[in-house]
Design a protein. Structure first.
Length: 261
């Protein structure tokens, strides 16, 4: 990704009286432009133009040019909370309430993989444009518990190294695309749909001798668990853990999931 090379002042809602502002020391030999999303360097606590995976600190109120300076030679003024208008890749009217992530200081979308949590869609403006509510000190990434996150766009056979991961499905996972190992090698994982409304079918296929047991889902060997495409929403998910010898168990779900007929 490419960070900002010019100032890009942001449009905020609610007035300055509802904003929270701080100053943050800037890393050496870098420039933070007005409007940039700012991340915190884990090793030093200094601010920089956000790099995907950084802890989000806020949006720069003004340019902070430390291109020729040592670390902490200057500080950047930040807005740490409020509502800001952003270009959010793929944003639609059905995305109000969805978490938003940044992959650099000016690129925003809905994919948790490799991104920094910014806030939640507060209001839809137009296709690809949204008002995002942010609070760097209080709001938390709903997927913060997953240190390993992967994107899925096609066929996947899970194995032992997938235990504990979050898988973000961004395209139809149909025709038995996501296959679980036999329960004897059982694993725990979460599958999250990040496609736009009614765009993504998810098919989870157990081994022939296993079931997937869940709320109001009749357990039957070798029957897929399906996320219904017609009603699928961005953010629908299922958490699966090993059960007993019958097969896997669903511990949490959002959206309309059904058993294969």
């Amino acid at each position: 990704m490419t960070t900002l090379a010019v100032n890009k002042p942001r449009v905020y809602e609610g007035g300055k009286d509802v904003m929270e502002e701080i100053s943050l020391a800037v890393i050496a030999s870098d420039i933070i432009y007005d409007g940039a999303a700012v991340g915190i360097v884990d090793a030093s606590g200094h601010g920089r133009p956000l790099v995907g995976g950084d802890r989000f600190a806020g949006f720069a109120n003004a340019k902070a040019d430390n291109a020729a300076g040592a670390a902490a030679a200057i500080a950047v003024d930040l807005r740490t909370a409020g509502k800001v208008q952003l270009a959010v890749t793929g944003a639609l009217i059905t995305d109000v309430g969805q978490p938003v992530y940044a992959s650099d200081d000016d690129t925003f979308g809905f994919l948790p993989v490799g991104g920094s949590f910014i806030g939640f869609v507060h209001r839809f403006v137009s296709a690809g444009i949204a008002i995002v509510r942010f609070d760097a000190n209080s709001l938390r990434d709903p997927w913060a518990g997953y240190t390993v996150r992967e994107t899925l766009s096609g066929i996947k056979t899970f194995d032992a190294e997938d235990n504990g991961k979050l898988f973000c499905v961004d395209a139809d996972a149909d025709a038995d695309a996501l296959t679980l190992p036999a329960i004897a090698a059982g694993l725990s994982l979460t599958i999250l749909s990040i496609g736009a409304f009614a765009s993504t079918k998810v098919t989870i296929d157990p081994a022939a001798a296993d079931m997937i047991l869940g709320p109001d889902i009749t357990g039957t060997d070798n029957k897929d668990l399906l996320l219904t495409k017609a009603t699928q929403r961005r953010g629908d998910y299922v958490k699966i853990i090993p059960g007993d010898t019958d097969g896997y168990m669903v511990t949490e779900m959002r959206g309309i999931w059904v058993r294969e007929a």
